[in-house]
Design a protein around this ligand. Structure first.
Ligand code: ZN
Length: 174
């Protein structure tokens, strides 16, 4: 009997491990499905369209690299990261209100993080498959500026983490 039991124990452990993996995979695919990009209108149907040359005149070099060329600012470099004042974070390119300070939280990532946009149509979502990752990109719904990405590991009530480039945001104190 003993050798059989000794054989069965690793089998049970292996099966349990496999089931746990499958459970994890199913959970992840559900989460991914719920994060399918959604096409939305902009608040008031407002649109700001400019040529790259025009954006270069308005934005700083750092803002242009992030907002028009989908760059990422270095973590921990934005003063807005530590900003705890009440107000609204708007798009630095077109002043479209994006996030309320009420939805800001400390994510520990080094980028300003929010659990929801100020209005559902304040931002657009798109698939971003660059760098071998499948992420959901967040863009300003008025001027299409790249702002950052959204992830599923945020706090309640939404469970979302809007990971934003501080350089793309303009804080308007209330
Ligand atoms: Zn904008």
């Amino acid at each position: 009997m003993k050798p059989i039991i000794a054989l069965l124990i690793p089998v049970f452990l292996l099966t349990g491990g496999l089931l746990a993996c499958v459970g994890q995979t199913q959970q992840n695919s559900q989460v991914t499905a719920s994060r399918e990009p959604k096409a939305t209108d902009s608040p008031g149907g407002r649109r700001v369209v400019k040529t790259n040359a025009e954006w270069k005149k308005i934005l700083t070099a750092d803002q242009y690299a992030v907002m028009r060329e989908k760059g990422t600012e270095r973590a921990g470099t934005s003063p807005l990261n530590r900003n705890k004042e009440k107000g609204v974070y708007a798009c630095a390119g077109c002043r479209n209100p994006l996030f309320s300070s009420a939805a800001k939280f400390e994510s520990g990532t080094g980028w300003p993080s929010f659990y929801e946009p100020i209005a559902k149509n304040a931002v657009h979502e798109e698939h971003d498959r660059s760098y071998g990752m499948d992420r959901v990109e967040i863009l300003c719904s008025v001027c299409d500026a790249h702002l950052g990405h959204v992830f599923d590991d945020g706090p309640k009530p939404t469970g979302l983490r809007y990971c934003m480039n501080g350089v793309a945001l303009s804080f308007e104190k209330k």
